[in-house]
Design a protein around this ligand. Structure first.
Ligand code: KG4
Ligand code: ZN
Length: 333
């Protein structure tokens, strides 16, 4: 079963073709960083316009790279929520159009469930219960995935972890997106120059908060302008990772589930991968990361998950997303 996937929830236009939920025949991402760089963050209006420019050629590219025609597909999977409304609409409209003209079923995909599926594209045994940390530019959520249903355990009450990276990098004048830049810079820095606050660590709930940490970095720099950027990057990153790791381990313990996937753009971070690997090895937790290029937004994770949804007959009609929905309707435990 071959599925074409479309992902346009934020600022990456991505189309992929995946066979049987696993074999990636084509996966292309039209990255928009250069258009958002000067603003230091994603500008929704620009993102939607760029999706519109790239979507059709991306679909054509993938079909031709996989040497397939619309008729060879079993279905079209598309991210339908959550995300930037204008961005989602572009992908949804393209997917509905393809489904209508080809007569192939349309499958609506939740963006966070797709991120979690990224580990199943390689080694996670799909369907086995797991805890997932989704840490990206738009989300920081702890999710229990059981019986193919997502249950929200905790989430950020303000900024997402990736957003904190992007905002700190913008403030330090380092560039956009901030995550990969700070990741690299921090490798040369000394994290012990200052201990930034670890927000929400003393709380028994599984929520996060990152906006205070970003402000603490800014105040520290104001008072200590001679601080080396690499030291500041390392100290900031240390605080983010400490909170993400400790809260996630707390969730694993609470739920008594020993499988953990760490996904989303921030899961590409080298120090975060190292720290999770060490902690999980010590605590006998089975840890799964997607390969780095499948951590950030991509349509392979959408098409892969679409295969299972289609097999379960979870087919959407052409009204999918017609009342544009930027929210996150996950069940809480
Ligand atoms: O998953 P993603 O592509 O988009 C959303 O769904 O939001 O994540 C993008 C985010 C950005 O905030 C970016 O700075 C962050 O992921 N990111 C990283 C790294 N690579 C990307 N954060 C920390 N370290 C990285 N290596
Ligand atoms: Zn994402």
């Amino acid at each position: 079963m071959i599925i074409l996937g479309i992902e346009t929830s934020c600022d990456d236009t991505s189309v992929a073709i995946v066979k049987n939920g696993k074999d990636i025949l084509s996966n292309m991402v039209a990255n928009q960083d250069e258009y958002h760089r000067k603003f230091g963050g994603v500008v929704p209006e620009i993102a939607a316009r760029k999706h519109l420019e790239h979507i059709l050629s991306s679909i054509e590219f993938c079909l031709s790279e996989a040497d397939l025609e619309l008729d060879d597909l079993a279905g079209i999977a598309v991210t339908c929520r959550p995300g930037l409304v204008g961005s989602l609409i572009v992908g949804l409209s393209a997917a509905k159009c393809l489904s209508f003209i080809s007569g192939k079923p349309l499958v609506g995909i939740h963006h966070l469930e797709a991120h979690i599926y990224a580990t199943a594209l390689t080694d996670y045994p799909y369907g086995v219960p797991q805890i997932a940390l989704v840490a990206s530019g738009g989300h920081t959520s702890l999710i229990l995935l059981q019986n193919e249903k997502m249950h929200l355990l905790g989430r950020t009450v303000d900024d997402a972890a990736g957003e904190a990276y992007d905002k700190v990098a913008k403030h330090l004048g380092l560039g956009y997106p901030g995550g990969p830049i700070i990741d690299k810079l921090a490798q040369k820095g000394n994290p012990d120059i200052v201990r930034f606050p670890r927000p929400m660590l003393n709380h028994s709930n599984l929520n996060f908060s990152f906006s205070g940490l970003k402000t603490a970095v800014m105040y520290f720099l104001e008072k200590n302008p001679a601080t080396l950027p690499e030291d500041l990057a390392a100290a900031f990153q240390d605080a983010v990772i400490d909170v993400l790791v400790r809260k996630t381990i707390q969730a694993v313990k609470q739920q008594k589930i020993s499988n953990l996937s760490v996904v989303g753009g921030v899961a590409a971070n080298s120090a975060l991968r190292n720290r999770f690997s060490t902690e999980c090895a010590n605590k006998n937790i089975n840890l799964y990361f997607p390969p780095r290029h499948l951590c950030t937004d991509n349509a392979a994770m959408v098409a892969g998950l679409g295969y299972h949804k289609l097999k379960n007959n979870e087919i959407s009609d052409l009204n999918l997303g017609s009342s544009a929905d930027a929210g996150l309707p996950l069940m809480t435990l």
